[in-house]
Design a protein around this ligand. Structure first.
Ligand code: GLA
Ligand code: CA
Length: 803
């Protein structure tokens, strides 16, 4: 008995001494008067946003410790529905998906957890976290009270609850708050829907757990529910008092929290790498802390959108790159940046204890000498490795109709004789390559808003083949219902002096090739064994091991260029590295069976992060699916990433002088001067104005010799409602600061924190012309200058034209 007692008291003493166990007792977290209350005491949330699927599991602990050493007391996580339920009804919370383990790890490190379980999350993640298979019900209404959507949401939330409900602070766990939906204001106005999500979460986590909503200060009132805590999202440089002004008016006693303070921004294919100054970030956080304002730093560590998980921004179609570095204080591969140290120094001021030492990275950085990927299998080989049901004839099918989430499709049909050039038109999601009788004709790239291609005259029976590669589904705005493949019909139109002829081919072969490592490997293995059996033929007919209608003409036409490449590299020591793909076209990469992510020669990302924990001593395998074909099939591992190298056919600027309108004799729809300062302003026209193009002429700035910058523009129709900006494109801008991605399209990208800005030194007046897609009748213009306090470039005198 005495012996037992000694042992028992030793355990108790150990538990009390261990800070890791300090939180295991039941506790409370509430929204109090002017402050949050943790176990009844005032508490400022200093949260670090990090996403467990964007970090390999072996590195979770290190990344959490990095956040802790920054002076954070909480980690904030999203739950991406689609990574946990990749097939309807099949849930996975194991391995890298083990979110409960992630939360326990946070707790072991003395950190609290905020959970944001969606169902929609945005986050530059495929479809904003929603599973693609929802789109199998074509008429589904996403993020609305559609019965099927709500049924699936509730099942998913229940499953997450099974993992996490036991880990709330009330149950002795680390979870202090759960978020209801995500920035619903930029999607619409639907309190009944948001309320239903709230009730669902309350049912799962209990009435005592704090629930909150996040939105922008400009639109949180649309969906703000009376019984939830309201938090604001805004970025580095924002005017903090302004951001909380309205909340202060409505709820003077509410605690303030910036639930997403954007440390940097995300990168899109074809545009420069985004950065935000450390100084602005640190000053903003210092200001918040000095005022007792809670925050979550989005992202503190962004990590990587591995495999096919990167989403796409909208309006327009702007797919996100694989790296989610975000210019965050902890970079993509877990190292502390200068921003980190500047922030840490500031954060130290608000901590009574010395911050823990910055932990050492779990793996060294290694380099790998250049090597060649010598094995090759054409795309068509993949069809030989697949199960049934992946080829269908008849009408054109989308990926979703073929029951495929990610990958590419090969569409082919026979054409009648067309004796002159014709224009091929359709909706291709997202990157289409067109072949006639195996010869490459051209591409149709959704990123560039392309929808058509001129094709040459063809003989009767000519083979038209279109390879369509899907990229990430849109994760922002109304366009999240983003079907992949060919959506709708494809037409071929010819115009002669006498007549216009439109041909709509109806009889297609649809072949779906899903993005799975097993298919890539299977294809390469098949070619390899074929080559071994028939050594004489070796290499002469890549992709011969298939049954397909091209086989008769098995010349190596362009059509055989897209395919899988494989190579190997040997390591004596493992570590993190960055594989360089700048000689490749476009596609996907797998290393030792791990899907690393997408590549695209246009950049800005040219290297992929390879976590050392996925490498091994000895032989390692790499497979590249290149849908375009490489210039040179070589790869090497370098010690630093390349995230900012564009290889564009032409620049992103809109300064082609031929597009500049002559407004000399035009009558403006409105003339006047904007007020200084932040926030939305509306210009009502004296009479409605008509035109397809909107031209904004900026004659002067609020401060002299400043640059012009505009964050957002809306136009109102004659009914006073905002017209859709979906079809908008930038026609002309005399000056755009391209390096910071401040191009003209930023005035209608639905993001208040991005803006069009003229170059330093460019002289007034400045002109921005937007193509509205079709003629519109407009009664007013809404204008948002840059959100930052005293930001440069707010426009003063203006003339607005529609023509
Ligand atoms: C919003 C969303 C986030 C993320 C950021 C931009 O705030 O809530 O999920 O998309 O924008 O990085
Ligand atoms: Ca914007």
């Amino acid at each position: 008995m005495r012996k037992f007692f000694c042992w028992f008291s030793l355990v108790v003493a150990m538990m009390m001494a261990s800070p890791a166990c300090a939180q295991t007792a039941q506790g409370t977290f509430e929204t109090g008067n002017g402050t949050f209350l943790l176990n009844g005491k005032p508490f400022v949330v200093k949260a670090a946003e990090i996403h467990y699927p964007r970090i390999p599991k072996p590195y979770w602990d290190h990344r959490i410790k990095m956040c802790k050493a920054l002076g954070m007391n909480t980690v904030c996580i999203y739950i991406f529905w689609n990574i946990h339920e990749q097939r309807e009804g099949e849930f996975d919370f194991t391995g890298n998906n083990d979110v409960a383990e992630f939360c326990r790890l946070a707790q072991k490190n003395g950190m609290y957890v905020i959970v944001r379980p969606g169902p929609y999350v945005c986050a530059e993640w495929e479809m904003g976290g929603l599973p693609w298979w929802l789109l199998k019900k074509k008429d589904i209404k996403l993020r609305e009270r559609d019965p099927y959507f709500m049924e699936r949401v509730k099942i998913f939330e229940q499953k997450v609850g099974e993992q996490l409900a036991g880990l709330t602070i009330q149950n002795g766990g680390p979870i202090i708050m759960v978020q209801v939906e995500n920035e619903y204001g930029s999607y619409g106005e639907d309190k009944p829907y948001v309320s239903e999500i709230r009730d669902c979460l309350r049912g799962i986590y209990g009435k005592d757990l704090a629930l909150f909503q996040c939105d922008w200060s400009s639109n949180f009132e649309k969906n703000g529910l009376d019984d939830l805590t309201w938090t604001m999202n805004f970025g580095t440089g924002a005017n903090i008092n302004d951001q909380f002004r309205r909340l202060g008016e409505l709820r003077p006693n509410a605690p303030k929290m910036c639930s997403e303070f954007w440390s940097g921004w995300f990168d899109k294919w074809g545009a420069r790498h985004e950065t935000r100054p450390a100084k602005d970030m640190v000053e903003g956080m210092d200001e918040m802390l000095s005022k007792g304002i809670s925050f979550s730093l989005y992202m503190t560590h962004g990590g990587t959108s591995f495999g096919h998980w990167a989403g796409a921004n909208s309006p327009g179609f702007a797919p996100d790159v694989t790296s989610y570095d975000y210019d965050a204080p902890i970079n993509e591969y877990g190292h502390a940046t200068e921003k980190y140290y500047e922030l840490r120094e500031m954060m130290q001021k608000y901590s009574d204890k010395k911050l823990p030492a910055v932990p050492k990275a779990p793996m060294p950085i290694i380099t790998i000498p250049k090597f060649e990927l010598t094995e090759f299998a054409t795309l068509m080989t993949a069809t030989g490795t697949m199960k049934e049901g992946q080829a269908e004839t008849g009408a054109l099918k989308t990926f979703e109709e073929m029951n495929m989430g990610w990958g590419l499709m090969i569409y082919s049909t026979r054409l009648p004789e067309i004796s002159s050039e014709s224009v091929l038109t359709g909706e291709f999601h997202d990157f289409a390559q067109v072949f006639i009788d195996g010869k490459y004709i051209g591409k149709i790239d959704r990123v560039k808003n392309e929808k058509s291609l001129t094709i040459p005259a063809v003989k009767k029976g000519a083979d038209l083949t279109i390879i369509v590669e899907g990229m990430g589904r849109i994760n922002f705005g109304r366009a999240i219902k983003d079907f992949k493949g060919i959506v709708g019909n494809v037409t071929l139109s010819t115009e002669t002096d006498e007549a216009e002829m439109v041909l709509t081919p109806k009889n297609w072969t649809n072949v779906a090739i899903p993005d799975y490592y097993e298919i890539a490997k299977g294809s390469l293995d098949m070619v390899k064994s074929f080559n071994e059996k028939l050594p004489d033929m070796k290499g002469s007919v890549p992709g011969i091991a298939v049954t397909r209608n091209y086989q008769e003409s098995a010349q190596l036409t362009d059509f055989f260029k897209p395919g899988y490449h494989r190579g190997y590299f040997n390591l004596t020591k493992v570590g993190d590295t960055f594989l360089n793909f700048e000689t490749w076209g476009k596609g996907q990469v797998y290393v030792n069976g791990h899907a690393l992510g997408r590549i695209w020669s246009i950049g800005p990302q040219q290297t992929l992060y390879v976590p050392g924990c996925w490498l091994k001593k000895g032989k390692n395998e790499i497979i590249v699916l290149d849908v375009v074909g490489p210039k040179e099939a070589v790869v090497w591992g370098q010690a630093v990433p390349e995230l900012n190298k564009l290889q564009l056919e032409k620049s992103n600027k809109h300064n082609n002088i031929g597009d500049k309108p002559d407004l000399n004799s035009a009558t403006p729809a409105a003339t006047g001067a904007f007020n200084g300062g932040n926030g939305w302003q509306t210009v009502k026209f004296n009479a409605p104005a008509k035109g397809r193009y909107l031209a904004i002429e900026c004659l002067s700035t609020q401060k002299e010799n400043d640059r012009v910058a505009i964050a957002e523009i809306y136009l109102q129709g004659t009914d006073g409602k905002r017209i859709s900006r979906e079809p908008w494109t930038t026609k002309y801008a005399n000056s755009e600061e391209e390096n910071g991605n401040h191009t003209g399209d930023k005035v209608y990208d639905l993001q208040e924190s991005t803006y069009w800005q003229t170059e330093k030194g460019a002289t007034l007046p400045h002109l921005l012309v937007i193509d509205l897609g079709s003629e519109q009748t407009i009664s007013a213009l809404e204008y948002l200058p840059r959100a930052e306090q005293g930001a440069p470039g707010s426009v003063k005198n203006y003339k607005i034209y529609l023509y």
